[in-house]
Design a protein around this ligand. Structure first.
Ligand code: AOF
Ligand code: ZN
Length: 386
């Protein structure tokens, strides 16, 4: 619906304002599920910034409404930059297409079309009402910031970030099984921040049996509170959303999770995924039954079931076998690697078999980001589209 116009009728300053809108959208990361992150900048008729906003939590005002409220009468004859096509539906809030029209906005610049069929259509509605609409501006950046939700909305499955920590030679434990600690406290604190932004943390039964992890995001290390631009809604619901503990998911084909496992404690909800024929009545947890696939579970079905429970983004941790299975199934969307300047020479590889038995089957990635974290390096990569 947003195809007719493209970024070709946009200007360099369009890109600059959209970059600001993308930065605003990023402030919602970790608190908007199951909604997208969206940012909006409103210029007055003279081209000066009159309002800014982002979507902070599901049920809260959409980015456009926040920015328009800030702009007030100055929005008349102005331009709105939005990272996601304005919605055209009445969901938890009213249609942004209508809000933009009522405010007298003359031009709307959109980065990415809304794949949600219930909400899409804002661009067409605005055009029909005589508003100039430009789409596709800074689309790659807007896709990136909203990648988890776009995957969820387009594919109907949760988006997967696989995280691992390893030595420079790619090992995540020594030969005797010891692994604490390969990376620095700074890197571990960074992991907790990323975990806190996920809707679920997934681990395999191997990791549960070997390390007995809690898989919680320690609140003290959660996202730092950020200054909120004026008019971005009340603090209460956003803070409530920010504190919601990620769901813990154990991939446990044969229902072997021990009753005393820390992952079953009361610190956060836990879902144990087992084969549909596994005897699991002894498990004191929420049990999800899935079809078998090979020697494990159907991981695509797992991600679809999680999406049905409004899990948008999952953080896959531990261990190498499960990560290999996800990768082989084409279900890893993003890799976050913490690499320590240390060598082991023996011990457990960070990644188990992933179906790449010959070089032509190698899983190629591209780096998005390379950053020093304390003495370590954090690498963010994603699969090359095949
Ligand atoms: C926008 N601006 O800031 C957001 C949009 O449940 P609701 O009413 O909040 O609607 C959620 C849907 O609206 C969501 O799935 C997506 O399609 C769109 N989100 N749209 O114009 C926003 N958050
Ligand atoms: Zn909206």
């Amino acid at each position: 619906s947003t195809a007719p116009n493209t970024a070709s009728n946009s200007t360099a300053s369009d890109a600059g304002h959209m970059a600001r809108a993308v930065a605003l959208a990023a402030r919602g990361l970790g608190t908007t599920s199951p909604n997208p992150v969206v940012g909006c900048v409103v210029l007055d008729a003279g081209g000066a910034v009159a309002g800014e906003g982002f979507h902070a939590y599901a049920g809260g005002p959409h980015a456009e409404v926040v920015a328009l409220a800030q702009a007030g009468e100055r929005a008349r004859g102005g331009t709105a930059y939005v990272t996601l096509e304005p919605c055209d539906h009445t969901g938890r809030t009213g249609p942004c297409s209508r809000a933009l029209l009522d405010a007298g906005i003359a031009r709307v610049v959109v980065a990415v079309a809304d794949p949600n069929p219930k909400a899409a259509g804002g661009a067409a509605r605005l055009r029909a009402a005589g508003v100039a609409v430009t789409t596709g501006v800074l689309a790659a950046e807007a896709e990136r910031v909203n990648e988890a939700w776009l995957t969820y909305a387009r594919l109907g499955r949760a988006h997967v970030t696989w995280k691992f920590a390893a030595t420079l030679d790619g090992r995540s434990a020594a030969e005797d099984g010891t692994s604490q600690w390969i990376t620095s406290p700074e890197a571990r604190a960074d992991v907790h921040r990323l975990r806190a932004a996920a809707d679920a943390i997934v681990a395999g039964i191997g990791t549960v049996l070997a390390d007995d992890p809690r898989l919680t995001a320690r609140p003290a290390e959660a996202r730092p509170a950020e200054a909120r631009p004026a008019g971005t809604g009340s603090a209460g619901p956003r803070d409530r959303a920010a504190r919601r503990a990620p769901l813990r998911v154990v991939v446990d084909t044969d229902a072997r999770t021990p009753p005393g496992a820390r992952v079953l404690d009361d610190q956060a909800p836990t879902l144990v995924a087992v084969a549909d024929d596994a005897p699991a009545s002894h498990l004191k947890a929420d049990v999800l039954r899935l079809p078998r696939h090979g020697s494990g579970l159907d991981l695509g079905a797992l991600l679809t079931e999680l999406a049905a429970r409004e899990v948008v983004g999952v953080f896959l941790e531990g261990g190498p076998t499960l990560a290999g299975s996800f990768l082989r199934a084409g279900l890893i969307d993003r890799v976050v690697a913490y690499v320590a300047p240390a060598l082991l020479g023996s011990g457990r590889a960070a990644l188990g078999p992933a179906g790449a038995d010959t070089i032509s089957a190698i899983h190629r990635l591209t780096f998005d980001e390379i950053s020093p974290i304390g003495p370590d390096v954090r690498l963010i990569a994603r699969p090359v589209a095949q």
